[in-house]
Ligand binder design. Sequence first.
Ligand code: MG
Length: 384
Amino acid sequence: MAFIMTSKCHRDAGESAIDARERRLLAPYAFPSRLTQGRRYPEPDHPYRGPFQRDRDRILHSAAFRRLSGKMQVFTGEMGDYHRTRLTHTMEVSSVARTIGRVLRLNEDLIEGLALLHDLGHPPFGHAGEDALQECLADHGGFSHNAFGLTLVEELEQRYPRFPGLNLTYEMREGQQTRIHKQESAQRPLLEVQVVEAADGIAYNAHDVDDALKLELVNVSELLRVPLVDGIVSRLKQEDPDLPTGMFRQEIVRKLLDLQIGSLVRHCLPFLERCGWQHPREPRESHFVVDMEPEVAAARRELAEFLYHRIYRHERLLAVRQRAQAEIHWLFEWFVGHSEWLPDPFQQRAKQVGLHRSVGEYLAGMTDRFCREQFRRYSEGRME
Ligand code: MG
């Protein structure tokens, strides 16, 4: 109650508690809540949550967000229960992004919302599922998980009586939009959006190494071919020659995170502190990009190559990929031919966006497990 009263006092003085807090904490180049272009369907301000906090909560409470727990990141649920799901990846991205955002004095609420939103539109079975849906919908507008994330929050989530979707702020939707057309915009994305993009790569570079080592898809000696990892391991051996082999994995992952985040901060913070920008518009019109030091950025590319060839294209994952894609293709064709089996909301949706797109959206919303169950159910003719 005391907090609400404080908030009222500030408003009486012409400034809300949220605005006062942001004025104190955020850099002038950060995007403050008071500059939001608002929501498509106007709503009154909340007494003690800012617009981006509300966005974050709306995403967190959406059905699509909870389903991320049943969607694979790189490794399926059948491969064990240690590795990341799409949900825990999202939480790690949010954590890394907020760490960076706080150091750079950006808007953490906006960052957190963008991070929770960034993979919301991922279909079952990760990029394998996305590629399959892209093939299914090639003649019907294609499929991208980034675009589908927007469709979910603008149209498909039904949580409010007066509007479809989550009615997020313009900045949250625009941030996700820049993930769809990465190179095409005349302006750079907001710094908060760029931080989430960087945090995504930082998080998966580190956790995919962790998961692949744990699943024994690669071993530490193979990883030493990557100079970034070799450097980390050499330093670890110097610092602690008695480090048990079993601790290497955790130490490598911790150092990978630390090294990438530290490099990004060292690259960005000195520039941002002396650039003199007084408005979040200025970084958007500049050539500045949120990135790491050039030598670390180059070393990361070598790690990304290694991950691609040695992990993402590992034969155990290729087998998962082929099976998932075959099942999604089969389900797509089946529902297009038997639309009466689509849940009612997607039958209605088909009248609006066409049957193919509606079937694609239904499949994209599924968890890995539900998708597999549906495939078994219909392909084995068990419809009762
Ligand atoms: Mg991601």
